[in-house]
Design a binder for this molecule. Structure first.
Ligand SMILES: *[C@@H]1O[C@H](CO)[C@@H](O)[C@H](O)[C@H]1NC(C)=O
Ligand SMILES: *[C@@H]1O[C@H](CO)[C@@H](O)[C@H](O)[C@H]1NC(C)=O
Ligand SMILES: *[C@@H]1O[C@H](CO)[C@@H](O)[C@H](O)[C@H]1NC(C)=O
Ligand SMILES: *[C@@H]1O[C@H](CO)[C@@H](O)[C@H](O)[C@H]1NC(C)=O
Length: 247
């Protein structure tokens, strides 16, 4: 049977309803969070090339949101540890103060065009943790799940922002449920997505990712330190060694 082109487009859009947080992740959401990197929308658990995910993505929703303030978090759920196959988590992005656009933007995807209500940084709120892209190392597991969640922060208290800020200071072992519960936001996740980025391998679990003692500063004006493998705890430590090493 012939499916009219316009209907085929609608069917493609309908399949996106599966975009959501990964199985087992909490707080979960089964509402689409559209995540777009220069026309590439890695939704719903697909694998995307690392280089696609280097710039900060645009995010949005298919339905218009009515809250006044939202936050986005991105977390790697599969970082290696020094005791493989055990894994840990790593916070990649925490941006508060986003506002939903009142009109939709057309975004081209591999499966058609989407009408998306973008989350905008209309108040120029500085991120609590600035976006840094996936970079999984050649360690177990080679493929990492990166989940993005959108949190309605319309009713947030200033103390809860402090809770988020304090939690984001330690990016390794970031537990979204614990942190959002502490900030009274555990029931405010309104959309989610996940994609994988995969290292081509082969696995070398004897490499611990400490950069062999060499350090490179990526943060202007920040002092560099020389963290040893497996002991990154702050965003600054992580970024110092994140050149091609892990996650
Ligand atoms: C990303 O890498 C792929 C595969 O190596 C390549 O085909 C593509 O052109 C790259 N894209 C960018 C934006 O560098
Ligand atoms: C929001 O604005 C701040 C300050 O200009 C900028 O650093 C940050 O990257 C912006 N975030 C987003 C999501 O656009
Ligand atoms: C994504 O990564 C997880 C964790 O390593 C893995 O279990 C899953 O199979 C990967 N998904 C794909 C589509 O490769
Ligand atoms: C694995 O990594 C270690 C530490 O960087 C290195 O000494 C070793 O040669 C690597 N092994 C392989 C097979 O690449």
């Amino acid at each position: 049977m012939m499916v009219p082109r316009s209907l085929a487009g609608l069917l493609a859009v309908a399949t996106l309803a599966l975009a959501r947080t990964p199985a087992g992740f909490r707080p979960a959401s089964n509402v689409d969070l559209i995540v777009e990197y220069n026309g590439v929308t890695p939704l719903n658990g697909v694998v995307v090339a690392r280089n696609t995910t280097i710039p900060q993505p645009r995010i949005g929703t298919l339905a218009r949101l009515t809250g006044t303030s939202y936050a986005v978090l991105m977390i790697d759920l599969d970082i290696p540890t020094n005791t493989p196959p055990a894994t840990n988590t790593l916070l990649h992005w925490m941006q508060t103060g986003l506002t939903p656009a009142t009109t939709a933007t057309r975004i081209n995807t591999a499966s058609g065009t989407l009408s998306v209500f973008l989350l905008e940084n209309s108040t120029n709120t500085a991120p609590i943790l600035g976006y840094f892209g996936p970079n999984p190392p050649a360690r177990t597991p080679l493929s990492h799940r990166y989940t993005q969640i959108l949190v309605d922060t319309s009713d947030i208290d200033p103390e809860d922002i402090t809770v988020l800020r304090t939690a984001a200071a330690t990016i390794v072992g970031f537990n979204a449920l614990t942190v959002l519960t502490a900030a009274d936001l555990e029931d405010e996740v309104v959309a989610g997505n996940s994609f994988n980025v995969t290292n081509a391998g082969p696995v070398n679990d004897t490499a611990t990712g400490g950069g062999g003692g060499s350090t490179t500063s990526t943060t202007s004006g920040s002092p560099t330190s020389s963290p040893t493998g497996g002991s990154f705890t702050t965003a600054r430590d992580f970024k110092v060694v994140n050149i091609g090493m892990r996650n």
